[in-house]
Design a binder for this molecule. Sequence first.
Ligand SMILES: NC(=O)c1ccc[n+]([C@@H]2O[C@H](COP(=O)([O-])OP(=O)(O)OC[C@H]3O[C@@H](n4cnc5c(N)ncnc54)[C@H](O)[C@@H]3O)[C@@H](O)[C@H]2O)c1
Length: 251
Amino acid sequence: LSTTHSGRVAVVTGAATGLGRAFADRLSADGALVAVVDVDEAGAQAVAREITKRGGEAVAVVCDVSRPDDVTRMALEVERVLGPATIVVNNAGLSPHISLDDLTFEAWRQVMAVNADGMFLVIKAFLGQMRHERFGRIVNVASNTYGLVIPGFTHYVASKGAVIGLTRAVATELGPEGITANAVAPGLTRTESVVERMEATGLFEQMAQMQAIKRSEVPEDVAGVVSFLASEDARFVTGQTIVVDGGLVRH
Ligand SMILES: NC(=O)c1ccc[n+]([C@@H]2O[C@H](COP(=O)([O-])OP(=O)(O)OC[C@H]3O[C@@H](n4cnc5c(N)ncnc54)[C@H](O)[C@@H]3O)[C@@H](O)[C@H]2O)c1
């Protein structure tokens, strides 16, 4: 275990699986106490148990990030159990593939509610705790699709544009208080849900061929960047989006 984040409380949303789980694991390995936040209760508990087994400290908190009351309750529970959180990783997100013709307002709203509203709500809920500690690191998960030509993701790409804008705007307001906000934009990553949906399509191989680094991305490729942005060393980096995709999209 490293001591980069020792004594700090980190919140990771959507941490029951995929990228969020890798972020929770890495922040714990780097010394943080971790709140594993997800709508999937059993999944979140399993991740928290694994971290505890490895000698870390973690708690699972069930929360739908798109619901204001849920988010308020979750933030209070994190503070009560682990103490004031100063690292907030907004990772929970939905990415259903739907063409513009088939995209209903309801489907658009659902993606916006989780991917954009959810990040706003979680940031607002932890502002008091970060201010109390006079330190804060917000890391929001965007996507390299914001810079790519891939049909079927109008709602998703729009929501990730909102994530990048939200990141820049909160960085501006919170900079004077020692709180940074940055985004990471992964490429197509081998999380369980994406492998299940995409393995058969050949998209992983196509992407790998277009990248400068010619292999598929795995969650651990992103976790170290998130941990860095959450660290003291990243104190003068804010409002940025770091694309972590093997060199496909240049930002
Ligand atoms: N995997 C990729 O290829 C890829 C690429 C770029 C960006 N991303 C982004 O990374 C993030 C994670 O992606 P992933 O592939 O690990 O996703 P995933 O679907 O594997 O996992 C998402 C997790 O979020 C949880 N979740 C969903 N809605 C929630 C809600 N309303 N409240 C709380 N938790 C909720 C799910 O239960 C799940 O545990 C997302 O924001 C996604 O847009 C993923």
